[in-house]
Design a protein around this ligand. Structure first.
Ligand code: FES
Length: 134
C-alpha cells in the first residue's frame, strides 16, 4: 500500500506557499508603480492623415485620439477607477470599462462609476502634419 505521506507533504508545502503567491500577484500593479513610477510612453509622432474624424484608437500606446473638426484631444485609454484598458463602442460613442463597468462619453467625461473622475487628457502638440505626444 503506497504511503500517503508524500502526498500530504506536497499539499502542506503547496498550501504554505499559496498565500505568498496570491499576495505577490495581487500587489504587483501597486508595487511596480511604487518602484518604477508611471509607465512612460516616450515621444510618439502620429501623422494627421491617420487620424479620422471621431475616435482613433492608438492602442499600442494605450490612448485614443478624438478629432472633432479642428479640435484634437488625446485621451488616456486607462480607466480612472483602477486602470483597466477601455474599449470604445462606436455605435453608442462611449468608452466602456470591462473590469467594473464604468462608462465615459467620447470626450472622456465620466458617465457612470465606480470611476469618480473623467479620463486623463494627454498633453500633445500638433506640428505641421503630425501630432506629437510626450
Ligand atoms: S477599472 Fe474601470 S471601472 Fe474599475
Amino acid at each position: 500500500m503506497p504511503s500517503r505521506k508524500p502526498r500530504r507533504d506536497f499539499l502542506t508545502r503547496t498550501l504554505a506557499v499559496a498565500p505568498w503567491v496570491v499576495a505577490a500577484s495581487l500587489s504587483w500593479p501597486t508595487g511596480s508603480l511604487l518602484l518604477f513610477g508611471e509607465p512612460k510612453r516616450g515621444k510618439l509622432r502620429i501623422p494627421l492623415a491617420q487620424i479620422q474624424e471621431g475616435i482613433t484608437p492608438i492602442l499600442s500606446a494605450k490612448l485614443y485620439i478624438r478629432k472633432a473638426g479642428d479640435s484634437i484631444t488625446v485621451l488616456d485609454a486607462h480607466c480612472t477607477h483602477m486602470g483597466c484598458t477601455l474599449h470604445y463602442d462606436t455605435d453608442n460613442r462611449v468608452f466602456n470599462c470591462p473590469c467594473h463597468h464604468s462608462r465615459f462619453d467620447d470626450e472622456g467625461h465620466r458617465l457612470k462609476g465606480p470611476a469618480r473622475r473623467d479620463l486623463d487628457r494627454i498633453a500633445h502638440v500638433v506640428t505641421g502634419d503630425a501630432i506629437v505626444i510626450g
